[in-house]
Structures are given as structure tokens and as C-alpha cells.
Design a protein around this ligand. Sequence first.
Ligand SMILES: [Fe+2]
Length: 483
Amino acid sequence: MKIERLPPVRTSLGHTNHPYMTGAWTPLHEEVNAWDLEVLEGEIPADLDGVYLRNTENPVHAPLGRYHPFDGDGMIHQIEFRAGTAAYRNRFVRTRGFEAEQEAGESLWGGLADGPGTSKRPGFGAHGSLKDTASTDIVVHAGEAIATFYQCGEAYRLDPLTLENLGVAAWAPLDGVSAHPKVDEETGELLFFNYSKHAPYMHYGVVDATGKRTVYQAIDLPGPRLPHDMAFTKNWSILNDLPVFWDQTLLDRDIHAVRLHKGVPSRFGLVPRHGGEVKWFEAAPTYVLHWLNAYEEGDEVVLDGYFQENPTPRPLEDAPEGHGHLMAYLDEHSFRPKLHRWRFNLVTGETTEAHLDDRILEFGMFNQQIAGKPYRYAYSTTAKPGWFLFNGFVKHDLETGESWSIQLPEGRYASEAPFAPRVGAVDEDDGYLVSFIIDENRGTSECLIVDAKRFETVCRLALPHKLSSGTHSVWAGRERLRA
Ligand SMILES: [Fe+2]
């Protein structure tokens, strides 16, 4: 493997025992370009052509208060496959906050777990006191990678091939863009939403295939809400108003405490794709971090996602001192997300819903070429009990109910693994899952390639350094990248 290291970033982070700044969450500060990655097992599929992009959270300065892993600075890791070869590179997202703290040599913003008054400067997004780290999500739209922040931020653009930082998206509105904008690969459109603490509390927008914002519509909500993800079908975008949101009494004192509001249903807003009157549907109370696909079937709109059975868990009992609350909210085995299907009947206005599986699963992926259309295969991740760490994958055949699992050995943790269609694919599951592995036993990282049809590993490649864990990722085939 050939490695080129970039000049180091300025860091003031000292020793820590924080459970989410150590082990598989140890921040990485090094930026590199690497070629000729060593093949550890199998061979690189010659019909894998494009890039896998992964966003991770890497704090570079000592926190002002209580660190939460979603406060870390965004870093994009990329592996590019072409004609049976692989190259890797990684870069921090040079957000305004990152640059300001590089200049200051210290943290300027407090984090999600901090009380009011911690930040030294006004913050961004819905919360208002946080740094826009662009560290949550990543998509590829109009030939550019777009890194986004879950509390709504400016939407940072990068070249998906070189990872050159290209600045903020001109189409991002003043209230920002939430994580999980959606790209319809067929129309080339990007669909997004934002949320805030001021009326109307939510907006929906569309950016066309050339990068021009064509729709920006207010979505009236009863108050501030915390939506995290959206979905779409051919004719509808699906937004949500779920009963897990900030306690208004505490919010009046600038304290951001999340509560399950008992007796309040979940609400789903179906917005015509290009704007118009919202059709609202009610459903059982829950919180949902992530959706899978959605599609239209007769009079119904079908939505799949992960229904949390216990969205506001009690503090984790065996967590390190003082971290019980934070760790419970990061532990899937505490909030118990289950693969779930909602059906919204456009004629009767009724919702029907049911679990599709009783296992604890989240961070689902599917073939994005059929996003918004009927689909058959879903790929979920499993999590290590007590931790925000992925330890395996489950493939579902949603038609037959059959499923297949891959369990990683103890100490090996995966990243979200999007589906990468094989060049010339015919079937929906004709392709690969691509993931980065953190091996805590060896102190290394690898790229793992799984054949999605046979659901078995076909290749493992060495990466030049050990990554930190993080949240989201994306696959973009060659045809979706800049020339
Ligand atoms: Fe997310």
C-alpha cells in the first residue's frame, strides 16, 4: 500500500476515558491518500465501479462540557473501486465551525449533552447552540457529495472523487437542511426537509438534477419537533411528526430535554413530491430514526422503517459513571427498533401497521435504483448490546419473509453498508454491500465487500489507519460522479 499523509490538523484533545472517545470511537485526526490497498481475502470484484463514502465523528479539541459522539467533527472516508483496484482517502469536512476552532486552537461550541451557556459563539440549526459539524449523513447529488448535520446545517459539498471541500450548498435555506436528504436516482432530484424552534417548525424542499432549488414549502406543525429522516414514493414525500420531542417547559429555559409525550399519536405527512397540500395520517406512538424504502400500491402508500418500542429508555445500568443516560440513547437494545411496515390508505385516511421482524435492527439499506418503488430486499444492521456499534448484517426477502445473517466476531465492528449494484446487474440484489470494519483486536481497519445475493464475504482490503465509528454512508456508481 502506498500512503501520502497530509499536513496534520491542530488538535487540543488530551487523554480521556470517555466511552465514546475511546476504543472503536477513538477519534482519527490523520488525513491521507492511499493506493494499492492490500487484499487480505478474496479479490476485488471487477464489476464494482464507483465510490463508497462514509461520514464519521472525530472531535479535534477538548470538549467544553460533556462530549456526545454526535458533536464530533465530520470526516469523510472514501474508497474508490475501478477495474478490480481500490484506492482510499479521507478528509475532514471544513465546516465554518471546524475552521473557526482550527484558528482558535480550542473548542468554541458545547454539545448536545451540555446545558445552556456552554457555547462561546452562537450555534447552528434547530438546537441553536451547536456546531454544524456536517458529521451525520452523506449523499451524492448532481455529481457532488453533500455532508449534512442531524440538527440542520448548511449542507457541505465535496468532490466525491477527490474529497476536495467545495463549500456550502447554495440551495440550502436559512433554517438549514436536516440529515437524510433523499436522492431519487431516476429523476436526479434531491428531496430535503428541515425543522426548527420557530413556526412553522418544518419545511420541505426539492432541488433539481442541476442543483437548483425548485420547491420550498412550509409544513405547519403544532410545535418544535425532532424528525430525523424522510422517505419518498413516485408521487409523495413522507415527513413525520412523532411524539418524542423537547419538553416545552424546559425549552423555555433553553434546556433541550427529549420526552415521550404520552397520548400523542405518531403523525405522517404525505406531501405531493413537487409541493402542495399535506395529507396527514395518524399511527401508533413511537420514534423512528430511519426509514427504508416507500412505494405506492393501489390506494395505499407503503412505508418501511424501524419502529422503536422504547424510544425514551432508562439510563443504562452498567454504563461507566455519569454516562448511563447518553449510552442508553445510543443503545439499540435499550430503545428496541424493529423492522416495521406502515400502510397509509389515501382513500379512507386509515393507517395499518405491523412489525415485519422481532429482532432489534436499524440502519437499513436497499437498492437505491428502485427508491420510491416496490422493492423486495432490505439490508439491516445489528448492534452490540449497550453500544452504538454494528456487529452484523441481516438481509430480508420482504416477499417471502426469509432472512439471512452475517455476524461479525467480537471486537470487529462494521459501518453502515449500502448496496452497490454490480455493473450490468439484472436482479435487484445483484451487487455488493460495502462496509468499513474497525478491528479492535488488531487496532486496524478494513474494507469488507459482501456479495449481496449469496450474502457472504467476497473480499477484505486493508485500510491505512484505524477509523473511528460514525453514522451514515452512501454508495455512488461511476455514472453518478463528476467526470
Ligand atoms: Fe441518521
